[in-house]
Structures are given as structure tokens and as C-alpha cells.
Write a protein that binds this ligand. Sequence first.
Ligand code: HMG
Ligand code: MG
Length: 300
Amino acid sequence: MTLPQKVRLVDVGPRDGLQNEAQPISVQAKVRLVDDLSAAGVNHIEVGSFVSPKWVPQMAGSAEVFAGIQQRPGVSYSALTPNLQGFEAALAAGVHEVAVFAAASEAFSQRNINCSIADSINRFTPVLEAALAAGVRVRGYISCVLGCPYQGDVTADQVALIAQELSAMGCYEVSLGDTIGTGTPGATRHLIEVVAGQVPRDRLAGHFHDTYGQALANIYASLLEGVSVFDSSVAGLGGCPYAKGATGNVASEDVLYMLNGLGIETGIDLDLLVDAGARISQVLGRENGSRVARARLAAR
Ligand code: HMG
Ligand code: MG
């Protein structure tokens, strides 16, 4: 099986990474993180969310973050929008790309966005209509694709069904989220084979949390299945507020190191990415969650 020659890494650290942080993080620190990532060559950065501040207080300042960042040409700066209210706020903040997020599990859908899967899809319809009319690209997420913290097993057929719905509504890409990081490479390959029956592989992305240490293996399995877009968080920041115990996304530095080793192009400079992760880890007073970054920093 040939591997893709190029991969697009979506750094979701400023959103997925920081959304779960209890301590206040200044707008300035968030802006610096986004600017550091674009300076490193990351060409898709998930900057924030336009969600209820009662549900996710840390993302409340997302409009200010968008106003503060230096937008480089060729870089997509995106935001999560769960409903029309969020989409309108994002549009007012000058956002050019948004993401809607559904779950493959009913229980997770209720806890995360307070409605059933079917209701969530209905709420996305006006978001997609408004976005497409405004020339805003929409990405779709599916959570719990390889397991749910509340209901356990999730079938690949259920994921494929939702992927098909998101795609048919106009999402240009569907990102498959292993929210609790329980997936393993065989299950990942099976999932992609089944979902690819509904949505072509070049419109799928992988979003692996590294809770069980399987994320890099799952990314490699996805590469073998022809997927070439992956979400990751610099310094392995984060966790989901609605998935207790779930750790951050796989660290961007670790993914990049693996891709570099495979000779796969990304356009990202590893040293600058390590700098970005080191700075935000210092702001948070946290050990850097990237093993590659820790090794590189120790060797400097
Ligand atoms: P709800 O309470 O059912 O909504 O929340 P509602 O329509 O009944 O409105 C209730 C209140 O929320 C009202 O305010 C609205 O104005 C306000 P009040 O009148 O009480 O003062 N509201 C909003 N405020 C700001 N922005 C909005 C918005 N919408 C309503 N867009 C809602 C429903 C979806 C809003 C809520 O459940 C919510 O915001 N949830 C947050 C979900 C979230 O951000 N989760 C984390 C991101 S997803 C994730 O991490 C997974 C992913 O990484 C993939 C993976 O790993 O699996 C993507
Ligand atoms: Mg996530």
C-alpha cells in the first residue's frame, strides 16, 4: 500500500487543547500560540469555538483571539459553531471556515451539545445554508467514532451514516474523532474502510486523542488506508470537557516527526513547532505533552 506524499495537519491545540483548561489563559497568550503555529508553517489552525460560555467558559474570548491574530495568506483559521447563533457570531468575527460537530453516540450527543444526533443534524442545516451562502467552508466532526465514554461500543456503520449526512449537507471534509482514544489500528482501518463506502477517503480526516497511547499507530493505520489529513495539538494539549479522563490530542510534534521520517511533506518546520509548544506549555505551567518536543528541548 502506498502512503500519501503529502499530509495536511490541522492544529487544533488553540481550541481542543485549551477548551478544557480551568485556569484563565489570556487572549494575548492564545493569539501568540496561533501566530507561533502559523509561523511554523501550519496551514490550518482551529483557533476557537463559538459555543455557549456557560458550557465551555475558556472559549468565551474566541472573537478577540480572531481579532488579534496575524492572518497569513494560505492559512485557514477555523472555529467550531454548534448552531446558527454560533455561526453568526463567527461570521461577525470574520471567520472564513467553521466546523459543526456531531457524535456517533446518542449519549455523548446529549452530554456534549444537549440534543439527539438527529436534532443536531437538523440544527446544522441552517448553519450549512448560511455558511455556504456566505462563502464560508464547513468541516464536519464526528465524536466517539471508536468508542463512547457513556455507551461503550459504537459501530462503524453508525459512523458511516452520520459521515454521509454531514457530507451530503455540504461539509467539505469529515473528521473522525476518537474522543476517548480507545481505538486501535485494526479498528481504525476497519472504520475507514466502512466509512469510505459513503465518503471518499480524500474527504476524511483523523482526529485521535492519545489517552491510550494509540494515536500514532492509528494515524499510521489511517495513512495506509489513504487518509491524508490529521488533527493534532501542539504539545499534546487538551482533553474534551464532555469525555472525563480523555487526554489531549496526539501531539503535533510527534506526528510531524513520524511524517518526516516517512518522507511525507507537510510544510511544517519541526524546530519552530517545538518552540510553539514549549511557549504554551510554559504559559500553562505544564510539562510538554510531546515526547519529540521533550527530547528536542533536552538536546538543545
Ligand atoms: P443549550 O443550552 O441546549 O442551548 O446548549 P439553547 O439553544 O437552549 O441556549 C441556551 C443558552 O445558551 C442561551 O443563553 C443561548 O443564548 C446560549 P441564555 O438565554 O441562557 O443566556 N447559546 C449560545 N451562546 C453562545 N454561543 C452559542 C450559543 N448557543 C446557545 N453558539 C449548545 C446547546 C450547543 C449551545 C451547548 O450545548 C454548547 O455550547 N455546548 C458546547 C459543546 C462544546 O463546545 N464541546 C466541546 C467541543 S466538541 C469536541 O471537543 C469534540 C471534537 O474535538 C472531536 C472529538 O474529539 O471527538 C470536535
Ligand atoms: Mg477532540
